[in-house]
Design a protein around this ligand. Structure first.
Ligand SMILES: C[S@@+](CC[C@H](N)C(=O)[O-])C[C@H]1O[C@@H](n2cnc3c(N)ncnc32)[C@H](O)[C@@H]1O
Length: 290
């Protein structure tokens, strides 16, 4: 293994870092469940000065009103897949739904459970640590499944259909899956790079030199964002996150193959139809009624 992904257990030499990042390289890809990373990411989830990891509370409040129009009537059984710190799951439980949140991050789930406790909702919402690729999901156990804030794109082109199929199978007949997708990342096609000296970052709690590069391969609908932290004592950490962005025209097929043939696509969180130039697409897909 050439990399020490974010935890710096091993010494890493610059010569072992590929000059060009390889998307979905298992040796370098971020382990979302890594406790140190998850703890630092939680800070970003909760930061009310940006929408980097989760949206700010005011933005989420607006989206909740839209979600309520798209979700089945209360009380519905809802799975929030990749729920993070429970910023959607807990308000949905407060509205009367019975909510399950699943995420790989123990730190995010601890926060989510605290929110539920503070809101006296312990019997209405539960949080499960698991990977959406293999967490056990009983068939027909939810009326709705949510994938909020581009959770799906973190899975490769081969993993995405399987994750969707598993989630779709957990829906009752006629159930709804709502997934937020991006059609392109924020950067233009090609490669960009940068560096900075920072007091801490998602890679480390210590001051370090942070190098970054990102490649968006428009033809393959793939991006990879790589960060390298170099400390005064020579310790180096590398991590990357990759994404596969389903092309606009292929979205209905992706969902249909997962068992969700009835697909409506909205232009982000608006009620207008999505189009090829939409920044983001909110997919509302229904499982067939038997
Ligand atoms: C961009 S955040 C969105 C969190 C939440 N949906 C929100 O909008 O506040 C992506 C979340 O997906 C989780 N995640 C990433 N890979 C996962 C996997 N394989 N299984 C379960 N959760 C995963 C991360 O831990 C993180 O909490």
């Amino acid at each position: 293994m050439a990399y020490a992904a974010a935890n710096m257990r091993q010494k890493l030499h610059a010569s072992s870092i590929p000059p060009w990042p390889v998307p979905f390289d298992s040796a370098a890809e971020l382990d979302w469940g890594n406790p140190g990373y998850a703890r630092r990411l939680l800070r970003e989830h909760l930061d009310q000065t940006h929408d980097g990891a989760s949206r700010r509370r005011t933005v989420i409040a607006g989206q909740m009103r839209r979600l309520c129009r798209l979700l089945p009537a209360t009380p519905a059984r809802i799975l929030d897949a990749g729920c993070g710190p429970g910023l959607y799951a807990v308000p949905l439980a407060a509205l009367g739904h019975s909510v399950t949140g699943i995420d790989v991050s123990a730190a995010a789930l601890r926060h989510a459970r605290g929110l539920a406790r503070d809101a006296h909702l312990r019997g209405k919402v539960r949080f499960v640590k698991g990977d959406l690729r293999d967490v056990p999901l009983a068939p027909d156990s939810f009326d709705a499944v949510l994938l909020v804030y581009f959770v799906l794109e973190a899975f490769s082109r081969t993993d995405q259909p399987e994750v969707l199929r598993r989630l779709a199978a957990s829906l009752a007949a006629g159930g709804t899956l709502i997934a937020e997708l991006r059609l392109r990342p924020e950067q233009p096609p090609g490669r960009i790079d940068w560096w900075d000296v920072v007091p801490n970052s998602l890679l480390s709690d210590r001051r370090h030199l942070l190098l970054g590069d990102a490649v968006y391969d428009e033809r393959r609908h793939t991006y990879v964002l790589r960060e390298i932290a170099i400390h005064d004592d020579g310790a180096v950490a590398v991590q990357q996150t990759s994404g596969w962005l389903c092309p606009f025209g292929s979205i209905p097929r992706l969902f249909a193959r997962a068992g969700l043939p009835d697909v409506t696509m909205f232009d982000g969180w608006t009620g207008s139809p999505a189009h090829a130039l939409s920044e983001t697409v909110l997919v509302v897909a229904r499982r067939r009624r038997t």
